[in-house]
Design a binder for this molecule. Sequence first.
Ligand SMILES: [Zn+2]
Length: 460
Amino acid sequence: MVHITTRLAAKNVRVVLRLKEDHLTRKTGRVLRIRAKGKIHFFCARIPPALAGGGIASSFLDIRSYRVYTVFVKMRQRFRFYPTPAQASRLAQVFGSCRWAYNTMLRIRTDAYAKGERINYVRSSAIFTELRHATETKWLEEVSSVPTQQSLRHLQVAFQSFFDKRGKYPSFKKKRGKQAAEYTVSGFKYKDGNLSVSQLGKLDVRWSRKFASSPTTVTITKSPAGRYYVTLVLDEVVEHLPKANAEVGIDLGINRLATLSTGERIPNPQHLKSKLKKLARLQRIMSRRKKGSGRKERARIAVAKMQEYIADSRNDYLNKVTTDLVRRFDLIATEDLNVRGMVKNHRLARSISDASFGYFVRMLEYKCEWYGKELVKIDRFFPSSKRCFDCGHIVESLSLSIREWTCPKCGVIHDRDENAAHNILAVGQTVSAQGGRVRRKETSVSKRGVRRTVNQLEHV
Ligand SMILES: [Zn+2]
């Protein structure tokens, strides 16, 4: 099931429709807000009351005949801000309350879970309201109820993902970690670059980027290094980029971030290497300091600052690379790497997490969606490296250390990564033309009784 918010031109009402995935074409993406013209075909699980009387009670309108005018994308933008001393101390209180709300309810829900009971969100909300008014926790009343309520929601989300087997069991929030307080629309006001938050007043935000819409959620965070940020959730209009009439295959690597089918090599950010060495040194210093001492605390802040610096510059680099790719190509084919599986290999772990494949692919994913480009993710079991792009011959084995090889069948000399990128692009083009995805298919047992995995294009 997919959510689509659509504004019907004739009625000028905005509704949330639940759509069956099959009814969407690939190009429409996942969460869009469209202004529909003519009839729309949708599968509506529950018709909003506003529409029920409006003559659209039928759940059969034609989705194939819609036209997208404007696409709103939900995006998060982070800005630095500088609190006044009063705001900082107030925020410390808010963060403390949020953490307390989260951790207390986690404990209560864990105890219940151990007894085989389940406490749902509504129940946990009621328990918390009682606690809020209890005499020994009277201090909770001093803080706006919006962020603490949001913490309970976050806990609910964490439990839900655990129950759905998508995530681990929720863990306690630490005082030393990143602190966060989330405000919904009732907890803040935004107008013309002025952001005021309930009980805190106006925040001194450095608006480093422009945006047109009003935020729907504001999250205030304090990083372990002591920096303050506001993260806004925005519904922005993003114009599709013009067609570039070029397509690319990307092979992600360890020695360099990526190799393109055009022959270009995208290096890993070099400056990070020296910073990582520095970080390791700072971490060693920190571990030598006596627990609870002022020197330990100073060392902890130095480590946190370096970690934030590394994360910021890595993000910056990946953003630049992915934006450039999305601008230059209409179709981008890349591997769908199982990063978690790869990081297990200890020796490679460092360089892989530095290269941040996960971030890279995710950035490509949402940017393609924003800018009207196409991303095809190819199953990592597709033998992109071992297959000769020129003749299609697949070699038995190709150890990771071999950077260049000669095809035994046609004699072409291949650069390992570039050949892989070509293969990835070829599969990507096929998949795109068919409108499907590459899926791994478990097939029959081979002669020796060993299960084999065969890659096959499958129309989805
Ligand atoms: Zn060949």
